[in-house]
Design a protein around this ligand. Structure first.
Ligand code: SAH
Length: 261
């Protein structure tokens, strides 16, 4: 008698609307030390129907420990994309959600993980959305957190708030699946949203215009860029809207360089 075996690799790809909703979510692990955590994270993702994994400067990868702990989620590991910087890993995403238990000065508004999962799925209809996790010992740096538009916290006992990396991934993946299943979102497709790289490009343009106009002293830039990041994270602009703003700034700067007519 034929034995029924668990052969996940041979299962047909999941093409249900739920799977399609989750397909635009990217898990980004930054500077991971232990390959076992990468494997466990891949397993946690596959259990919940997530497949897109990005690794930023992992200490050891590929590694047999990652394969062992992935426990069958080999396809997620094999498909993992490796980047040198966080900026590159999230550049094409329309939003990045940073996971951190620690409150930071000037960071984006903190969202509880359940709210973040719903918000992420709403935005993923406009493009890819990243969930960004830090190194096991040191977490995400302030700079890495500020490069993301949202700060997500998994509610815990305040006295003991730091979860194991893969367990944090598991909770996020579960909440995403629950939010996708609840269909709390309209299936309506919106216009493509601005990517992180589009937004950073706009901030560069704004900075240039601020300096050229004398509004900003380049020797003393203050927190202007971080304030813009907060503002645009709330606004969730479309790509075309950002292009209009950049076009306007470009035209103003060009006219200024030419001098009065
Ligand atoms: N000691 C580190 C924590 C590392 S835990 C620190 O102080 O930041 C590894 C990663 O898991 C974190 O960088 C974060 O992305 C995620 N994580 C762990 N616990 C979390 C929590 N309660 N809320 C949000 N993210 C958490």
């Amino acid at each position: 008698m034929a034995r029924i075996e668990d052969k996940p690799d041979e299962m047909p790809p999941d093409e249900t609307p739920l799977a399609r909703r989750l397909a635009d979510i990217r898990v980004v692990l930054v500077r991971t030390s232990h390959p076992g955590n990468i494997g466990s994270a891949a397993r946690a993702m596959k259990n919940m129907g997530l497949a897109s994994l990005a690794l930023v400067a992992p200490k050891r990868f590929p590694d047999p420990e990652a394969v062992a702990l992935a426990s069958g989620a080999d396809d997620v590991l094999a498909g993992a994309r490796i980047f040198d910087t966080l900026e590159e890993a999230i550049g094409e995403c329309v939003a990045a959600f940073a996971l951190s238990a620690r409150v930071r000065e000037w960071g984006p508004r903190i969202l509880p993980v359940r709210e973040a999962a719903a918000a992420a799925l709403a935005q993923s209809s406009g493009g890819k959305v990243a969930f960004v996790f830090g190194n096991e010992a040191s977490g995400l740096t302030n700079e890495e957190l500020l490069a993301c538009q949202h700060h997500v916290r998994i509610p815990t006992d305040p006295a003991w708030s730091s979860l194991n990396l893969a367990q944090a991934v598991q909770i996020v993946a579960y909440e995403l699946r629950m939010a996708a299943t609840a269909g709390a979102l309209s299936a309506e497709r919106q216009e493509p949203l601005a990517t992180v790289a589009d937004l950073e490009g706009l901030y560069g343009h704004l900075e240039e215009a601020s300096i050229a106009s004398g509004f900003l002293d380049p020797a003393n830039p203050g927190r202007l860029r971080d304030r813009w990041r907060r503002l645009f994270a709330r606004a969730r602009p479309e790509r075309e809207e950002i292009n209009i703003l950049r076009g306007l700034l470009k035209a103003l700067l060009k006219r200024r360089n030419k001098g009065p007519e």
